[in-house]
Design a protein around this ligand. Structure first.
Ligand code: ASP
Length: 597
């Protein structure tokens, strides 16, 4: 574009103050609001930096008046004019530029815009698919602009912190050998090699480990990861993580690096002070105390084991479950001014528990003088003091109990109750609460398949004391694994890795990969491990989720410029879409459509 074509801005819409009084300026931006008071026009001109009020006074010449009259919302324009202080009563303290306005001398329309499908800045009330179809309009909203800036600042701060500490940012390939890490791979057919495929990485896991064998010592990458999972909630098929790996480290080195990193980043980006170290909970403690391996620590309502009390009670259902080696646990809902512990409310808590396998939710209310009433209280007669003391309960509180044969179900059902209470009773503090979950089991039993699989991935180191019993008792093995949890979300997972070929093969075998299959799939890693690998470990915080939490949003769509919708479709460009027959032919592919039901 030649220079004369439009009047190019001399400043942005977010920068003028009363110190600029009298200055001649050119602004470029979009018409955010356009009000007409008689023959005076007030135009709010917007760009990424802010909004400036432009005034077309009643002394405007014909051309200016005509231009002002033709403006519609979101027209892209250039305004030439003079800055003037607003009269005292017109000052708008809400606006960065609220002390001034620009008296327009010339308005150029750079491009026009048809009627809008939705009001910009009204994004959250608009249906998501409409926002995604017109994402370019949605991106103009202040919310999206603020969040993408936050995301940028977050990533930049991470890059600077790590680079200053000897980390190298190294790219790893996005077309790799299919080495499933737990989810399904996305495949890319090879044109040159009919029947062969590349896979998109579920994460750079093996490559970062091989970088350690390659002596890179400290690596990170802002990496895109791809997992072909069923569309659910706000899960994305592609997401971004801070992928990181270090040589010659033990678990605590990785943990303290992360504490330093996020302490620095939260201060720099949000002026928020995090503690120097984060609370650490073992997996078992987290489950027993909060019912979850991603507990929200912004409120209490801890789970207590009441199996001994239930055994002494006269409640046969509980006694039976305990008799068969089951579990009885409880939480105490604190008295609330706003929520009535009615039957209806208790049923809603029970429904939450049932989603996680509870058969029911027993309850009793705490009354005056350490009394218990309602629900199962009659079975605890004579034990009121003990029950109330165990639960740390007070008058007006309600005790909620779950009994289950299965420890995990007992815990997770109560976690659902706890989380609902946290929200409904307004117990959740503002702010950011990180914690580490450590000492996870290394394996999980796959009930359907009837075999053991890695709880995290197959490259994590078992803790030393279990090395002799890996095969004989896989269920008991703890790994050198860690998760980072923030406000009830898992935001990172990592581990100290195996760097020994024989140990790696043992893990593969336990996870149902015989030596031949393991060589076929992971031979390149095993080969690398034959050439003096260093001990190493790492972690991978999810960028989308962390920025979502920092922005106090509940969907990662809000912090991704172009997300897919909940059906894994992009309404803007209509992907996924069909391709030409010629493209399929070149790739040697024939599409087999599912039969219509
Ligand atoms: N590759 C792992 C993941 O994406 C993270 C790690 O172990 O570093 O979950």
């Amino acid at each position: 574009m030649s220079e004369e074509l439009f009047s190019q801005r001399t400043t942005t819409c977010g920068s003028l103050t009363k110190a600029d009084d009298g200055a001649r300026v050119i602004l470029n931006g979009w018409v955010h609001r356009n009000r007409n008071h008689g023959s005076v026009h007030f135009i709010n001109l917007r760009d990424r930096y802010g909004i400036t009020q432009v005034v077309v006074d009643d002394d405007a010449d014909e051309e200016l008046e005509a231009a002002a009259n033709s403006l519609k919302l979101e027209f892209c324009i250039a305004v030439t004019g003079v800055v003037r202080k607003r009269p005292a009563e017109m000052v708008n303290p809400e606006m960065k530029t609220g002390e001034i306005e620009v008296k327009a001398e010339k308005i150029e329309i750079l491009s026009t815009c048809p009627a809008l499908p939705f009001q910009i800045d009204d994004g959250l009330k608009t249906k998501e698919d409409l926002r995604l179809k017109y994402r370019y309009l949605d991106l103009r909203s202040q919310g999206m602009q603020k969040r993408l800036k936050l995301r940028h600042d977050f990533i930049l701060s991470i890059r600077n912190y790590l680079s200053a500490r000897d980390f190298l940012e190294i790219e790893t390939p996005t077309m790799i050998k299919s080495t499933p890490e737990g989810a399904r791979d996305f495949l890319v057919p090879s044109r040159h090699y009919p029947g062969k495929f590349y896979a998109l990485p579920q994460s750079p896991q093996l490559y970062k480990q091989i970088l350690m064998v390659g002596g890179m010592d400290k690596y990170f990458q802002i990496a895109r990861c791809y997992r072909d999972e069923d569309a659910r909630g706000d899960r994305q098929l592609e997401f971004t993580q801070l992928d990181l790996e270090m040589s010659f480290v033990k678990r605590d080195d990785v943990l303290s690096l992360m504490e330093g990193l996020f302490g620095h980043v939260f201060k720099e980006v949000m002026d928020y002070d995090l503690p120097a170290t984060f609370r650490r909970l073992t997996y078992a403690d987290a489950m027993n105390t909060y019912g979850s391996d991603k507990p929200d620590l912004r409120f209490g309502v801890e789970i207590k084991d009441v199996a001994d009390l239930a055994a002494k009670s006269s409640f046969s259902t509980f006694k039976e479950i305990i008799g068969k080696g089951g579990f009885v646990k409880a939480v105490c809902a604190p008295h609330s001014e706003t929520v009535d512990f009615s039957r209806k409310y208790i049923t809603s808590l029970e429904d939450a528990a049932k989603v996680y396998g509870a058969h029911g939710l027993a309850w009793m209310k705490v009354g005056e003088n350490k009394s218990l009433s309602g629900g199962v209280s009659k079975f605890f007669e004579g034990m009121e003091d003990e029950v109330i003391e165990r639960m740390g309960a007070a008058e007006g509180d309600m005790i909620l109990l779950v009994a289950h044969q299965d420890w995990k179900r007992c815990c997770t059902s109560l976690s659902a109750v706890r989380n609902k209470l946290g929200k409904d009773l307004n117990l959740i503090r503002k702010g950011f609460e990180f914690c580490w979950i450590i000492d996870f089991p290394l394996f999980e039993y796959n009930e359907e398949g009837g075999f053991w699989e890695a709880a995290h991935h197959m490259f994590s180191m078992p803790q030393q004391e279990y090395l002799d019993t890996l095969e004989s008792d896989p269920g008991r093995v703890l790994g050198d694994l860690y998760d980072l949890v923030l406000n009830g979300y898992e935001v990172a997972s990592g581990s100290i890795r195996i760097h020994d070929v024989e140990l790696q093969k043992r893990i593969f075998r336990i996870c149902n990969f015989d030596d031949e299959t393991a060589e076929q799939r992971f031979g390149f890693l095993l080969n690398a491990f034959r050439y003096s690998p260093p001990p190493h470990g790492g972690i991978a915080p999810g960028i989308d989720r962390m920025v979502m939490i920092m922005a106090e949003e509940t969907s990662i769509h809000e912090v991704i410029a172009f997300p897919k919708n909940t059906a894994a479709v992009s309404p803007m460009d209509d992907s996924p879409s069909e391709v030409d027959q010629k493209q399929l032919d070149e790739l040697h592919l024939i599409v087999k459509y599912p039969e219509k039901p």
